[in-house]
Ligand binder design. Structure first.
Ligand SMILES: [Fe+2]
Length: 156
């Protein structure tokens, strides 16, 4: 089912970028749950709840990425095997406990993904696929805001 106004190269570029960032989003969400479950410290309740709130917000964006792949005629790749092979998010340590350590580890990964999403905006723009570009712009803004919420726990 061809998408009107986009050539095959543009579709392939968008599908590849969407699936790459989908894998990263799933990996980041799993890291957020790992942090939500294991964090301890003086700011426990605030950080425990914030990690879960960010997890929920990112899930909404993830669904939009996957469904855009389908809209463009691709196959959304969200299995654990596909994600583990494709995700570029740095592996999340399983031995972290202190709230500051989880906040720093999650912040680093969100910032790195934020940079990749900004590149994805360019890729979609160059492909002339403004619908996909708009999805990445919204995701970029959401990541920036949640990074601010999380990172602010580290102080100034
Ligand atoms: Fe929970």
């Amino acid at each position: 089912m061809p998408v009107r106004g986009l050539n095959d190269n543009a579709l392939a570029a968008s599908v590849a970028e969407l699936n790459a960032r989908l894998a990263d989003m799933i990996a980041l969400r799993l890291a957020l749950k790992q942090a939500h479950w294991n964090v301890k410290g003086p700011n426990f309740i605030a950080i425990h709840e914030l990690f879960d709130a960010v997890h929920s917000r990112l899930a909404g964006h993830e669904d939009i990425l996957a469904e855009r792949v389908q809209i463009l005629g691709g196959v959304a790749l969200g299995t654990v095997e596909a994600v583990s092979g494709a995700a570029t998010v740095e592996a999340y340590p399983t031995d972290l406990v202190a709230d500051r350590d989880h906040v720093a580890a999650i912040s680093e990964r969100m910032a790195a993904l934020g940079g990749k999403v900004r590149k994805a905006i360019e890729t979609a723009s160059e492909a002339g696929d403004e619908g996909t570009m708009d999805i990445f712009v919204a995701l970029s803004r959401a990541l920036d805001k949640d990074l601010w919420f999380i990172e602010s726990h580290l102080g100034g």
